[in-house]
Design a protein around this ligand. Sequence first.
Ligand code: SF4
Length: 296
Amino acid sequence: MLVEKQIKSILNKHKKRDSWFLDDYSVNPYEGCSCNCIYCYIRGSKYGENMEDGLAVKINALDILEKQLASRAKKGQYGFVAVGSATDAYINHEDKYRLTEGMLRLLLKYRFPVFISTKRTLITRDLELLHAIDTNAILPADLSDKLSRGLILSVSISSLDEKIASMLEPGAVPPLRRLELVSELKQQGFLVGVNAIPVLPFISDSEEELEKIISAASDHRADYILIGGLTLFGNAKADSKTLYYKFVERYNAALLPKYKELYGNNFYAPYAYQDKLKQRAKKLCEEYGIKNSILD
Ligand code: SF4
């Protein structure tokens, strides 16, 4: 059931800029996410197994955001704002509530640069606003010699296999549609890449699967591809590790012991695994002539 709630603060300032996405701030118009990804880090008892059940709309978000942006802008504290860091900015309720659209209008008014990563296609509704942000935003001083635009877009894909994606990301559009979205956004002239996070151990991390995803990003004219491993939090009923292991059992039970060995009691795969993934991805990106980070 969807709940409408009042909030006191909405603009989160990070202690440190995000090294992948370059955002200094984040805003989340909704609590929970209709994409309902099994591996999502926001899972847990608060949201339960079906995150749609725990969805909340931050009904006064625009009033609060306007005050907070005005105060930061007055002090010249510009930085990329990630719209949707703990939800997808274009969840299915955005059609009705249009909070993301309202937030983009405010970000344009106060001239903040924007980062958006999505698994849904409703973003094409806001093209005009996104173009205006791209050309009018004020970049933070230390990025202004490295970037010449105020909008960074990303389309998130963990596997190109439609069956896997429908099991893992039931509320997202199919991966091939997401790739088409990359092409459409490129055609509009935006800076847009693929966010291949998480790559799934023993499923989408083989040489062949990595090559498929990197070559597909390149074929769809993505400016960059970010590649990162799978994080699995918690052991409670609705936590991502529990739900993900259930998915592995359904998908291919033979993989479960391998996962248990790789993750043990940890949330992350060991450093050696992650480093190897990074090196292999870097090599393939070089072969396909695509950047593996947003900046050069
Ligand atoms: S789209 Fe992102 S925020 Fe939404 S469920 Fe998936 S991983 Fe979580």
